[in-house]
Design a protein around this ligand. Structure first.
Ligand SMILES: Cc1cc2nc3c(=O)[nH]c(=O)nc-3n(C[C@H](O)[C@H](O)[C@H](O)COP(=O)(O)OP(=O)(O)OC[C@H]3O[C@@H](n4cnc5c(N)ncnc54)[C@H](O)[C@@H]3O)c2cc1C
Length: 283
């Protein structure tokens, strides 16, 4: 067995701090090229978790993203965060992808990189926000899937984990004990790797880029792979490979504005209560 390999899927999204993304009225897709792209927030947590796992378990972390050339700074940032390899899947043929075509492209890209043990992704993006890519990608790769992980622990073979579950029948291989969020609480899974987990923001506190990280990533290049490089046929990726057609997109309704009530805290609370009463929120 070679070194333990973790792949993290990272999406470059329009900066949520700069308001709602703008859409192309004809293609109904986000105008990614026209906006400042940043790493999807949940994907930061996924990268952090991969680095934490590498710290304890060893191995290599590779970040993979499908996006336009403008996504390059996000890949460079992931190198500065400390990942070993960053790959941008970028080709005009990938444009207009729905979640299925995105998942197929990511799967082809990941397979192209060779053997892998663990794939991590965010549980949803801040723009498309369908939450479909993680489970679809796991299905295409033919590996188990756990959503919204808040805790991941890896161990070799039949070594008992921290839970009350009987691990004795596990056998050989690397396993993960994963705690995932469900609507009514938490659920604990035992999974044989390779597997794909999406992460919740509760899993960790991302540390961010340091000067050491920037200096350490100098000389590391982002690899760019196109459709031909990953063996994608024209009909299975991009708009042509997308069974979903978006009929319409709308931004949030205009006119919603925040109001800051400043001044003496007691007065401010009284003013807030009055305003809420006037609007019928409080009786
Ligand atoms: C407003 C809007 C509505 C949309 N509606 C639909 C729809 O109804 N059906 C549909 O099929 N498509 C839709 N799309 C397209 C979709 O956003 C993307 O093109 C893409 O398929 C990813 O979907 P997502 O952002 O919902 O990913 P999610 O499934 O929410 O993302 C989960 C995780 O998957 C990984 N991931 C997602 N995209 C990438 C990527 N490009 N590269 C690397 N990792 C990635 C990241 O780790 C991310 O955290 C919509 C887009 C927008 C802007």
């Amino acid at each position: 067995m070679g070194p333990f390999k973790i792949v993290v899927c990272v999406k470059a999204v329009p900066d949520p701090k700069k308001g709602s993304p703008s859409f192309d009225p004809v293609t109904k897709t986000v105008r990614r090229a026209a906006q400042d792209l940043v790493m999807n927030l949940l994907d930061r947590h996924a990268v952090e978790e991969a680095l934490r796992i590498r710290g304890g378990f060893g191995g290599k972390v590779t970040v993979v993203s499908m996006g336009p050339p403008e996504a390059m700074p996000v890949l460079k940032e992931s190198l500065a965060l400390g990942v070993d390899r960053a790959v941008l899947l970028s080709d005009r043929a990938f444009a207009g992808a729905d979640t299925l075509a995105t998942s197929k492209t990511l799967a082809l890209g990941i397979r192209k990189l060779g053997q892998f043990d663990l794939v991590l992704a965010g549980s949803e993006s801040s723009d498309g926000a369908t939450g479909q890519v993680g489970p679809q990608l796991a299905e295409i790769l033919g590996i188990p899937f756990v959503p919204k992980a808040v805790k991941i622990e890896l161990y070799n073979g039949a070594k008992p984990g921290p839970s009350s579950i009987d691990h004795t029948e596990c056998g050989e291989g690397v396993f993960a004990m994963v705690t995932g969020e469900v609507e009514c609480g938490l659920r604990e899974y035992r999974v044989r790797l390779p597997a794909l987990f999406t992460v919740s923001r509760k899993i960790n506190e991302p540390k961010g880029v340091t000067m050491m990280g920037i200096l350490g990533s100098r000389g590391k290049e982002v690899e760019v792979l196109g459709a031909a490089d990953i063996g994608a046929s024209p009909g299975e990726v991009g708009a042509k490979g997308s069974p979903t057609l978006i009929r319409a997109v709308e931004g949030p309704p205009p006119g919603r504005q925040g109001e800051i009530i400043s001044g003496d805290p007691d007065e401010a609370v009284r003013a807030l209560v009055e305003k809420l009463r006037a609007k019928g929120v409080l009786v």
